[in-house]
Design a protein around this ligand. Structure first.
Ligand SMILES: [Zn+2]
Length: 275
């Protein structure tokens, strides 16, 4: 299925300065290599360095070098004392219902970056997330581990499939996207732009797919907690505590208590991003 874009749409993509600079490096290096005697080693060195910088940016989830990337809520949300709790990799039939109960008990809301194939396995649970006042956003169709190595077509397939599934199941079309582990390459930003999706990363994360100590996860999330923060936890792929509990179930109640004690309010991303 080819996706032919109108020229105007293609041209509307504002290539980030770093990518424009990268293109310039290629042109200059090629020109120097061809026309300046003895310049080849320098030209190749410049290209290798350029690719190292671009790759490093793709491996840095909070970087904006490859395109727009939301790491905090806007000033309007800060003024409203809002934060966003984002919960990735679900829905999970064992963990997510308990997470929903904890959020209800504290009267707070969250955003679930769901994997579309898991939504297809548990559609009623996805609808319950929405019915209880939370938001579901796009975390790809399958959460492929090689996601960050895909090209434009691969990105478009994974992301548009998830858009379709999430909208069909929940009745709401996502406006936010998060890459698996936050990893990407320069081809992602134009695809998101075309689909009207905002790339969302985070202010802080608990590394709770690997860290089983709830106190460590909590302190990573709350050290310096302030209005506008976007926090990352996991209901899917959650690490287990020493007692075998998914770590989110022990860390989340304490996080919610801290949010309330600090006079903050956890809202969904669409609420927090609204001005
Ligand atoms: Zn994930």
């Amino acid at each position: 299925m080819s996706q032919v874009l109108p020229i105007s749409n293609r041209e509307s993509w504002p290539w980030p300065p770093a990518i424009q600079a990268s293109a310039l490096v290629h042109v200059v290096a090629l020109g120097a290599g061809l026309f300046v005697s003895g310049a080849w080693p320098w030209a190749i060195g410049a290209l290798v360095l350029n690719h190292a910088v671009i790759t490093a940016a793709g491996l840095t989830p909070r970087s904006s070098l490859l395109g727009p990337n939301v790491t905090r809520l806007p000033a309007s949300a800060v003024a409203r004392r809002e934060i966003a709790i984002t919960i990735d990799d679900g829905p999970d039939p064992d963990v997510t219902p308990k997470v929903l109960d904890l959020l209800d008990a504290h009267g707070q809301r969250a955003t679930f970056f769901c994997i579309a194939e898991r939504v297809l396995e548990h559609p009623a649970l996805a609808r319950e997330i929405i019915a209880r006042g939370h938001s579901i956003q796009n975390h790809t169709a399958r959460h492929r581990h090689n996601f960050s190595f895909l090209g434009p077509r691969g990105f478009a397939r994974e992301i548009s499939r998830a858009q379709q599934v999430l909208e069909e199941v929940t009745g709401e079309r996502p406006s936010c996207f998060r890459a698996p582990a936050g990893l990407r390459n320069p081809f992602l930003a134009p695809v998101l732009h075309r689909m009207g999706l905002s790339l969302i990363s985070w202010t802080r994360r608990g590394f709770d797919t690997r860290e089983g100590n709830p106190a460590t996860v909590l302190s990573r999330l709350t050290d310096g907690l302030a209005a506008g923060d976007i926090l990352l936890l996991h209901d899917g792929h959650a690490a287990r505590t020493a007692l075998g509990q998914p770590v989110i179930l022990e860390a989340l109640p304490k996080l919610l208590a801290r949010v309330q004690a600090d006079g903050l309010r956890a809202v969904t991303l669409p609420e927090g991003l609204s001005t």
